[in-house]
Design a protein around this ligand. Structure first.
Ligand code: GLN
Length: 532
């Protein structure tokens, strides 16, 4: 078996260039050559994980099957490549320091002075190499968050410098930069790229491959100029032009030969690339999809990245169903009994979004009621499912004070509640039901039909649960518990079979669909909403 190759992906000039998309695309192309891959994200912030970060600052928190709360880039990794990420795929400076400090307290360093170099850098290298992982990968792609020159990322850069030295041709550095177009001068500017590469060189790292992010097409002579000024082979300078869809990036890079450049640099043979064909099928469906459908996203964060995986899942399921989904954000805080009809006007389906805390929940409850009573296809996810359950208790079961214990600790009808063993927990971080749990689906239910199986596993990120004390009442009144955890008996799915599509899931289906394996519930939801 060939030894593992390492691909380091760094970014320069500005943030938000799409390093995650480029890393995912590289993974996707290497898979098309038949290689096994994994992708890791190293983030230079001190938080142990992004779990407690505000979505306004950091976008969605993505959850791995083993329950790690991570950066949303891991969602791209999974959707582009179909790999299943775990704890080892998301590392922060905070986790590195914690591991080193824990070892120091245990006496593992035998009284040595603990320093950034070599102790922190050694810990980073260990994780970059995945020393603890028994699985063999042909390629490990390592994306480093932040921008070259940041103080925070310096230890990561030093670790990369050392690893390159140790690994020789088994390591390749891909650097992503930005080439702005100055309208007034009528020119593209490569100076920021040159400076960014210089900055890397000053840290002892020579990039092997450059990818220039640009809003407009760059001519060959400009690529040549960059190659000459940055000590990079001309056939290793690429451009990543703005494209209508992120899913076009892999084939765009393939067309330019990024896969060949990386394989060449790492001494790995190029293989049959026929495995791109399912991806190309998706792209041609994307081009063919004309009809748009509007799906309301009832939530509290009016920010593209806050419900990233939900948006991507909707988009992907839309394409496979031959439609372009247009998600329309509806602020739950602005919803009233009076305006809900106009807010949801023209929506062919509604998602009631996940969330924490009481802000905007009454709006979600009003939306759930409107959708239920007007038979609009509705998908409640996590908090959204809980709001469906509360609404049903208030309006159908007649418990006007029904609520979740998270919002109203004193309610007599806590239809969403903490389980007994959770009740003395006070800490915010690391106290949730996180990661994948099994779920058994009820025979004949809508969801069992959608999945085509009765045994599934889905990812969770929540504290509160459907209160089983009310289950019989719900089922008698027409809200069915269609999915239950086989060990704990916790309710994972509710649905109203008499409606066209009214399903709430305690878990987060949006984390597990990929481009080539769209999630069955999103598929079924869009199929119904689009009237197929
Ligand atoms: N706040 C709810 C809970 O903790 C729902 C969480 C979520 O939507 N992710 O149970």
């Amino acid at each position: 078996m060939e030894q593992t190759r390492y691909i380091f992906v760094t970014g320069g000039v500005v943030s938000s260039l799409g390093k995650g998309i480029i890393s995912s695309s590289i993974g996707n192309l290497l898979q098309a050559h038949g290689y096994s891959i994994t992708i890791q994200k190293f983030d230079p912030y001190i938080n142990i994980d992004p779990g407690t970060l505000n979505p306004y600052e950091h976008g969605e928190c993505y959850v791995t099957v083993d329950g790690m709360e991570t950066d949303l880039d891991l969602g791209h990794y999974e959707r582009f490549t179909g790999i299943r990420t775990t704890k080892g795929n998301s590392i922060t400076t905070g986790r590195i320091y914690k591991a080193v400090i824990d070892k120091e307290r245990k006496g593992d360093y035998l009284g040595k002075t603990i320093q950034v170099v070599p102790h922190i850098t050694d810990e980073i290298k260990r994780r970059m190499r995945r020393d603890d992982d028994p699985v063999h990968y042909d390629f490990i792609i390592i994306e480093v968050g932040g921008t070259i020159g940041d103080i925070e990322s310096a230890p990561f850069m030093e670790a990369i410098r050392q690893l390159r030295w140790e690994l020789g041709e088994r390591a390749v550095c891909v650097h992503l930069t930005y080439v702005p177009y100055l309208k007034a001068a009528g020119e593209f500017k490569t100076k920021p790229t040159q400076h960014s590469v210089k900055e890397m060189q000053s840290m002892g790292i020579q990039p092997d491959v450059l990818i220039l992010r640009t809003e407009y097409h760059l001519e060959d002579n400009l690529l040549k100029k960059v190659a000459a000024f940055c000590n990079v082979d001309i056939d290793c300078v690429f451009q990543s032009e703005d494209l209508p869809s992120i899913y076009q990036v892999p084939t765009n890079m393939l067309r330019q030969g990024l896969d060949k450049a990386i394989l060449g640099k790492t001494g790995m043979p190029a293989r049959e690339i026929a495995r791109m064909s399912p991806w190309r099928t998706f792209l041609s469906k994307m081009e063919a999809a004309e009809r748009g459908i509007r799906i309301g996203l009832v939530g509290k964060y009016d920010l593209q990245d806050a419900y990233k995986s939900i948006r991507e899942s909707l988009f992907i399921a839309g394409i496979w169903n031959g439609v372009k989904v247009k998600p329309v954000f509806v602020s739950s805080e602005e919803i009233t009994e009076e305006n809900i009809g106009s807010k949801l006007e023209g929506m062919q389906g509604v998602i009631i979004c996940p969330g924490f805390g009481s802000r905007g929940i009454e709006g979600k409850i009003i939306a759930a009621k409107y959708c239920r009573t007007h038979d609009i296809p509705t998908f409640g996810i996590c908090l959204g499912m809980q709001m469906m359950v509360i609404e049903f208790a208030r309006d159908v079961l007649g418990y006007s004070d029904a609520n979740s214990r998270e919002m109203d600790a004193a309610t007599a009808h806590g239809v969403i509640d903490l389980m007994e063993d959770q009740k003395n927990v006070t800490q915010m971080g690391g106290t949730m039901r996180l990661g994948a749990y099994d779920c058994h689906l009820k025979e004949g239910s809508r969801t069992a039909a959608a999945y085509g199986t009765q045994d599934i596993s889905e990812r969770h990120r929540h504290r509160y649960e459907f209160n089983n004390a009310f289950r019989t009442e719900y089922e008698a009144a027409g809200m069915v518990c269609a999915g239950v955890n086989p060990e704990s008996g916790l309710v994972e799915i509710v649905e109203i079979p008499s409606n066209r599509w009214y399903v709430g899931t305690q878990f987060h289906p949006e984390y597990s669909g990929t481009v080539l394996k769209p999630h069955p519930l999103f598929m079924d939801f869009i199929r119904t909403a689009s009237g197929e």
